[in-house]
Design a protein around this ligand. Structure first.
Ligand code: SAH
Length: 805
């Protein structure tokens, strides 16, 4: 009788098969076992890393087909090549003893353990399981990929002068190269460097209905190997393991029990866990499953959470309180093109910010990749904020993201946002419903799959043409002409009012109105592009009375704010309230200096009769010093307090101190003349202030009495990267630049570049006062307006007055 035994054609496979055929022939002398070589896909693709080929059963499929067709009766595999699930109708049997299950490091170095490998050695391996364990034991080692059969790999090690390669001991032993004078063989213990499930076990696959093959194999079965195979493979199967994930298992046979070791990691290799479980040999399969669950639970111990949130339709004030709260806590923020960039300032400094939208020529990240990214970050235990424009479920594909998170077992929540459909329209002065005219609204994608209406179009125009409610088309500007034509062709009144709203609720908002017949030409003439909303319905007429946003006095004005990041909020808020677009370009930063000297003065505060604060920073830094010295506002006692500027006065009163004197104008001369009547030769004045301040005040006052100046901070250039407004200046898109001190002027010119002074002068320059104006003139900037009152409000008033002209 003849039994055909299929095998792959590699040297190792042939040797293994011959060995097994010999064992079988010895047990069953009456039968003739014949070796049949069958090539598999894995044999044909030699140059790609295995995990990139991504095919289960890479080394087994063709053999299995031959079994099923009856061409062969047995197929021999290395057990570790077997996918965790077999095709229907086949089963695995295990012959004889297990070859050495361990991995080994082959190395040209004369060493006995992994620890002795030279520092920063280069070691080759392609398996994620080996990479992970090697990195864990030797983080310094550089790991490179490798493929090919054992001989090829050993040759590559020698040619490429690698410090080592990792292989399975079993293969080396079978081809007789375990001990070789060309290299050292360092074995890696199976309980600390966990091998692939069933490594070293030969598998014989047969048809489940072939009783003869079962009997033949049963006769040469080894009980312990069977237990190991069952335990290790049930672990693999429960985790649905493939070569894409780091996964390893080893079943240790003890006297009466077995101990299973399992390794399981994330696909990107960044994390893995090892768990163990003990039990009886007959429970091997159940133990494997239990161990898999333990690993899974341990790896995904604290899955993070993903918030699918809407960022509102443009105005940063339209972010919900809840989304903002999560934004401030999130470890990862994943955001789109329609999301306002300013939100990112609220994220934690260490938060990972990932942009997935379209940007100048670059494609957006494909949706499947975004979904996978959210799953991955969630599984890593991160708090993820997925921030989308408008509302996440309104043409935002939030549903797809949620479904994938559900499938992956990552918890998520949805934070609805103000959709452009409703919020954007409101900012354009168009109420989506109104009792006067409509009782419903319809939101439709204008991103038409088929542009030629030939009956195959994806929108049901005959129905749309009859709608009585407001219709809002998103993503439709490109198809505006077709949309209007279809509606009219399908029965809608050509005089039905229509509007197109570009970048609603942002400083760039533009609204054009007309009717179904005229709106296309009007929008085209106005060069309206995406992103825009198309609105069709009587409600468009309500805009005349209900528009509020684009009628604000500074609407459409782009205003650069050059103050320090910490100080700019007051001006930014005032500008935004008036509808202007404040572009923050901080040029300065406050750096505290001479802390010890200031502390020294604080301790001797009683010796002074007067103190002068010249700025909010001065107050803040002085109070930091008080704090350090364990003091509070009582330390001021009867000290006469002067505050320069409204902000400084307020900073003091916030801390329980009312300034005795606040000069009307915030210049040195005014201060000196105001103070002179209040001091005499016995006075003693303390001035904690900026290093960059003018000497004038100190000099003048020192003519009368003793004056101690302590320089508590300096103004340095802010070199933190922000968007450079040069391009906008060159395009004449900036209306105003505001300068609040001579240092802001100096650093602004330095940062933009003195050679671009003409571009700077395309905008109107607003200066806070004479010193600042002087600096502007010195550097070639034309001062258009100097504030009447030398305050932030004074500057904003000046802009308002100019804008109203
Ligand atoms: N989820 C978003 C819509 C995403 S689809 C929402 O709820 O608003 C993208 C389309 O939305 C754009 O093509 C445009 O038609 C519209 N859109 C979003 N924000 C907009 C805005 N500020 N101004 C005008 N249209 C906007």
């Amino acid at each position: 009788m003849n039994i055909k035994v299929g095998t792959r054609g590699s040297t190792l496979a042939r040797i293994q098969s011959q060995w097994l055929i010999d064992v079988l022939a010895k047990a069953h002398p009456q039968i003739n076992f014949e070796m049949v070589i069958i090539k598999t896909k894995g044999d044909l693709i030699q140059n790609k890393p295995l995990d990139k080929i991504g095919d289960k059963g890479l080394f087994t499929k063709e053999l299995e087909e031959a079994l099923l067709s009856g061409e062969i009766q047995m197929a021999i595999h290395s057990m570790k090549d077997m996918p965790s699930r077999l095709p229907e109708g086949l089963l695995l049997t295990v012959p004889t003893g297990r070859e050495d299950p361990r991995d080994v490091l082959l190395t040209p170095h004369k060493i006995k353990s992994l620890a002795e490998l030279p520092k920063n050695a280069v070691v080759a391996t392609g398996s994620k399981r080996r990479i992970y364990q090697l990195q864990k034991l030797r983080p310094d080692v550089e790991i490179v990929g490798i493929r090919g059969n054992i001989d090829t790999r050993i040759r590559k090690m020698q040619e490429q002068k690698l410090d080592g390669i990792i292989l399975a001991a079993a293969g080396l032993k079978r081809i007789g190269r375990f001990e070789d004078s060309d290299y050292q063989t360092v074995t890696l213990p199976e309980t600390t460097f966990i091998p692939a499930p069933a490594q070293g076990i030969l598998a014989v696959e047969i048809r489940a209905d072939n009783e003869l093959a079962k009997d033949l194999m049963g006769a040469i079965c080894d009980a312990n190997t069977l237990v190991q195979m069952k335990g290790e493979r049930s672990f693999l199967k429960a985790l649905d393991g493939s070569c894409h994930i780091p996964i390893g298992a080893y079943c240790e046979i003890k006297e009466e029990t077995i101990k299973l070791y399992g390794l399981y990691g994330l696909e990107d290799g960044s994390q893995a866990v090892v768990q163990t479980i003990e039990g009886l040999p007959e429970e091997a399969e159940i133990l494997g499953e239990k161990l898999a669950k333990m690993c899974y639970r341990e790896l995904y111990k604290k899955p993070g959470k993903v918030y699918l949130a809407g960022g509102g339709c443009g105005d940063p004030g339209l972010l919900t309180v809840k989304a903002k709260e999560i934004l401030q806590k999130a470890d990862v923020v994943v955001y789109d093109a329609l999301v306002n960039d300013v939100f990112l300032n609220d994220a934690k400094d260490e938060a990972e910010i990932i942009y997935v939208g379209k940007r100048a020529g670059n494609h957006a990240m494909p949706q499947e990749e975004i979904n996978a990214l959210l799953v991955r970050k969630g599984r890593e235990g991160k708090l993820v904020l997925r921030l989308k424009g408008g509302d996440p479920y309104v043409f935002g594909r939030g549903g797809e993201e949620g479904e994938d998170l559900y499938d992956a077992g990552v918890p998520f929540e949805v934070i609805p946002g103000i959709t452009s459909v409703i919020g954007g329209l409101a900012y354009a002065g168009i109420p989506i419903t109104h009792r006067d005219c409509v009782s419903s609204f319809h939101v439709i994608t204008g991103h038409l799959k088929s542009n030629a209406y030939d009956g195959s179009s994806d929108l049901d125009w005959p129905v749309l043409g009859k709608l009585k409610g407001t219709i809002v088309f998103l993503m439709g500007v490109k198809n505006l002409k077709k949309i209007c034509e279809e509606l009219v062709n399908n029965g809608m009144n050509p005089e039905m009012p229509a509007a197109v709203v570009y970048r609603a609720s942002t400083p760039y908002q533009r609204v054009v109105t007309g009717n179904l017949e005229t709106i296309y030409d009007i929008a085209t003439a106005a060069k309206i592009t995406a992103p825009s909303l198309i609105v069709v319905g009587e409600v468009v007429n309500k805009r005349e009375k209900l528009r509020f946003f684009d009628e604000k006095p500074l609407f459409g004005k782009n205003i650069i704010v050059t103050r320090s990041r910490e100080q700019s909020s007051q001006m930014v808020e005032k500008i935004a309230e008036l509808g202007g677009n404040a572009i923050e370009f901080p040029t300065i930063r406050i750096a505290p200096i001479n802390g010890a000297a200031c502390d020294d003065k604080v301790k001797k505060l009683k010796e002074y009769t007067h103190i002068i604060f010249t700025s909010i920073n001065g107050v803040e830094i002085f109070f930091d010093s008080l704090n350090r010295c364990g003091k509070d506002a009582r330390a001021f006692g009867n000290l006469h307090i002067t505050a320069i500027g409204e902000g400084t006065r307020k900073a003091l009163s916030d801390r329980g101190l009312q300034a005795d004197f606040v000069p009307d104008k915030y210049v040195g001369e005014e201060l000196v003349s105001g103070l002179l009547p209040l001091i005499d030769k016995d006075s003693k004045i303390l001035i904690p202030r900026s290093k960059n301040a003018r000497v004038y005040v100190v000099e003048e006052l020192a003519k009368v009495c003793s004056v101690d100046e302590v320089q508590t901070y300096e103004t340095v250039r802010e070199d933190h990267a922000t968007v450079n407004p040069l391009e906008m200046l060159e395009n004449k898109e900036i209306d105003y630049i505001t300068f609040t001190s001579s240092t802001t002027v100096q650093f602004f010119v330095e940062k933009i570049g003195a050679e671009h002074i003409d571009a700077i002068n395309t905008a109107k320059c607003i200066s806070i006062g004479p010193q600042t104006s002087k600096k502007c003139v010195e550097l070639g900037i034309n001062v258009d307006i100097e504030a009447e009152k030398y305050t932030i409000q004074g500057m904003v008033d000046a802009i308002l007055k100019d804008a109203e002209k």
